[in-house]
Design a protein around this ligand. Structure first.
Ligand code: UT7
Length: 335
């Protein structure tokens, strides 16, 4: 058995900054509402045609590979987490393999929305633990802006989400005392539709139905969120899964050097911080600048935290996420 550790991190966000005031020009919303309810000040939106989910993932991956001090030919496996793939199929994992010119290694796509990166890290960790692979490229990337309802009808969702990508290289650690100590994954499909995008799918809204109906009022291909219900579940599950991870390793909340929560809502992060009695510098938040980038939010935040010197050798770093599915999870890391 081997431990895995993160040896390289990178992120990419489009240059195009969209402020709350920009949104208030195209829908009935305002900066005060958005900041008060979510903490978000601005987010990035791709300029149409300039980037895709895959191209952003590739840009983040190149930085992570270089920082890990490896060559693309050293990568044994690719795991790509997104809810906004370039194509319905195939998933972006193979597109990354092609665009980075990586040899014909396996490429796996993870469909776990806001928990996608945590799930992807957990999968990669298992392959390294068993000794099957030594270096795995893990990407979380999202291009939300093309798929949001940017009218007042969609404002409860569309002001929250942003575009971007983050990537990590997971490599075999030298000792069992460093790297990923444990990962913890959960799901509760009972609430699948509470945060969902129903169409196009093969269940309720077939592509052929959508084309045949040609209904401009059809909302089924925009994301839907029962915000307050999701919020209430999020604060409970975030707390549970962080405690589960700490407990598994004989640790307490005050052992945490840095908590990097999925950037769903600044109020959720602050709730967790207060519940665990953590100081401001023990919780990393950047939702103010990027909004909620779903599977990309943790790797972007972790990269920014690392770049600003907040992650150091020996630190206990905790990643935690909750989102659509519902799915949730945590990763406990001794850096
Ligand atoms: O990442 C995956 C996990 N996601 C989460 O955990 C998100 C969880 N939920 C949330 O973060 C919050 O529920 C939201 C930020 C989505 C919404 O905040 P809220 O405090 O729950 O607001 P609400 O949905 O209850 O809406 C309150 C009011 C409504 O008006 P009325 O009915 O009180 O007159 C909405 O129509 O705010 C209105 N509203 C807006 N007003 C201005 C909704 N969206 C907007 C908007 N601008 N963008």
């Amino acid at each position: 058995m081997y431990n895995s550790k993160i040896t390289g991190l990178g992120y990419y966000v489009p240059d195009n900054v969209v402020t709350n005031d920009d949104l208030s020009k195209i829908m009935d919303t305002n900066d005060a509402w958005i900041q008060e309810r979510t903490g978000i000040k601005e987010r990035r939106h791709v300029i149409k045609g300039e980037d895709t989910t895959t191209s952003m993932g590739v840009k983040a991956a190149k930085i992570a590979i270089e920082r890990a001090g490896i060559d693309k030919d050293d990568i044994d496996f690719i795991v790509f987490a997104t809810l906004s793939p370039d194509y319905y199929f195939p998933g972006p994992g193979v597109l990354v393999q092609r665009d980075l010119g990586i040899k014909t290694v396996g490429a796996l796509d993870v469909r776990n929305q806001c928990s996608g990166f945590v799930y992807a890290i957990s999968v990669a960790d298992q392959y390294i633990k068993t000794g099957m692979y030594k270096n795995i490229l893990v990407i979380g990337s999202e291009l939300h802006s093309y798929g949001l309802d940017m009218t007042t009808r969609g404002r409860a969702v569309s002001v929250i989400f942003g575009d971007g990508a983050g990537a990590a290289i997971l490599s075999r650690a030298e000792s069992q005392d460093e790297g990923i100590l444990s990962t913890h994954l959960h799901s509760e499909g009972q609430h699948a539709e509470e945060l969902s995008l129903i169409a196009p799918g093969m269940g309720k809204r077939w592509v052929s139905d959508i084309i045949a109906d040609n209904d401009p009022n059809d909302e089924s291909y925009f994301p839907y969120m029962n915000g307050q219900f999701v919020f209430k579940n999020a604060v409970v599950r975030f707390s549970e899964v962080i405690m589960e991870g700490l407990g598994k390793n004989g640790l307490q909340p005050n052992d945490i050097d840095l908590l990097v929560p999925h950037q769903a809502n600044l109020r959720i992060s602050q709730f967790i911080q207060n519940k665990f009695g953590l100081k401001d510098d023990q919780v990393f938040n950047n939702i103010m600048s990027y909004g909620n980038t779903t599977a990309a939010s943790i790797p972007i935040a972790l990269t920014e935290a690392w770049e600003s010197g907040k992650v150091n050798s020996g630190d206990l770093v905790v990643l935690a996420a909750f989102g659509s599915g519902f799915t949730w999870g945590s990763v406990i890391i001794r850096w």
